[in-house]
Design a protein around this ligand. Sequence first.
Ligand SMILES: [Zn+2]
Length: 439
Amino acid sequence: MKKKYIISFLFVLAMILFSGKVFGFTVVIDPGHGGGESGAIAQGGELEKDLNLKIARYLRDYLSDYDVTVYMTHNGFSGGELEIFDRAIFAREKNADLVLSIHLNSTETGTANGAEVWVTANTSLDKYNKNMTAFGNKVLGNLGSLGIANRGVKTRLRSDSTDVYSDGTRADYYGIICYSMRGCKIDYGVISPAGAVPAKVEAGEGVPAAIIEHCFLKGTDYKFIDSDADLKKLAEADGKAVVDQFGLKKKKQKGNTPFNDIYLDDWYHDAVKYTYEHNLIKGYNQTTFAPEDNLTRGMLVTILHRMEGEPYVPGVSKFPDVQDTEEYYYVAVKWATQNGIIHGYNNGNFGPEDPITREQLAVMLAHYTQYKGKYEKQTANLNSFKDANKISSNAIEQITWAVGVRVLEGNSSKYLNPQGNATRADVAAMLYKYCTRVK
Ligand SMILES: [Zn+2]
C-alpha cells in the first residue's frame, strides 16, 4: 500500500472505532402503534396504526433517493407490539442520528385540527434541541403548504405533570423522545420489571427524536388522510424537512452506460456515453471506465485511428521508440505519422506510453481536422485564461483553434491547464465536443 492509502485507511479505521459507525446519516422511522395496539380510529373507520405505517413506508421510499440509511422499528407484520422503550433502544443500537415517530392525532371529545411536532426538551443535548426545534418548524411549514394548520413545535419535559406514571417517568408514547436520549435509564424500571439496567441504555450520545402528529383523524383534517396519495404527501413533507435540516445529499444515480463508475450527474457522463456508443473509448472492462485515469499518447492515436475505421497502412514506423510491430498502437502510429497528425518529440521519439497532456490532445485533434479537410482557422482570446502563459509557443495556433471551436474549454475558474495530463474523462469530453461541434 502506498503511504497515503495507509494514512487514509487508518483514518477510516479510527472513524469506525471511535464513532461506532462509518460516515452517513441514519434515520429510524417509528410507525406509531402497531400489532394489537391500533391507536385511534379515523373518521372513515381506518385504524391509526395502518395509516401511520403507510406514511412511514412512503417516508422510507422518499429518503431512499438520498444518501441516508433508514430503518423502521417495525413493519406492521412483526414487532408492532414493541414497547416505546424498545423502539428507542432499537434506534440507539442502530446509532441513529434521528428518530421519527409517525402519528395522527385525535381528541376524546370535540374536534380539533392541525399538525404538531413534539421534540425533546432535554437540555443535556442542547445541540440536538436546537436542531430538532428547527426541524419541527420545517415539518410544520411543509405540512402547512398542504393546508394543514400549524399547532407549533412542542417540547416534553420529564417534569410535565400529565401522562406520567406515579414515579414521574413518561407513561405515554411521548416517552420515545425521552428514552432515545442519554440519561433516561430510570425509565427502564417502569417499562420493564425493576432491576438491572442494561449497559447499552447508557451508551452513546442518545438519539434526537421527534413525534410528528401530522393532522387529526376526524373532522376538517380527514381530507388530508383519506387517500394513499394524501398520505404520501404527508410523508414527503417529513422527508423534505429531514433532507433540508440535516443537509442530506441525493444518492448518486448510475448513468446510462454499462459502467459502474459513471454517474448521471458527472460532468462527463454524456461524453462517456457518446464515445462508448460510438466505439471510440472502451471501458477497461464491461463495468469499469476509470474516468480519472490518464490516457497515453499511444491510446489517443489508437482512438483517432479507430474513428477513421482502422485503415491499414504499409511501411515502418519512423520513431525509435515505436518499433515493436506487435504493439496495439503500432499501425495507428504509422497511420497518424503518414497523415501529419503526429510529429513526435524534438528528440525523435513519440513517447507512446507517456500520458497525453490537454495541449497535446488539442494539437492532435487540430492536425486530425486538417487531415479531414475540415480545419478552419479560428480567432480566440487565449489571454482570457489565467494560465495562458503555460501554452507552448508552437501550439498557439492549434490551441486557438481548439478554443475557437469549443473543443477545449477552461474550467469555471478560467484555467485551461494545457500542461495537465488529460484524464480519460477529459479525452471523452474533447472527442464528444469534436464529434458534435466540428465533425
Ligand atoms: Zn398515535
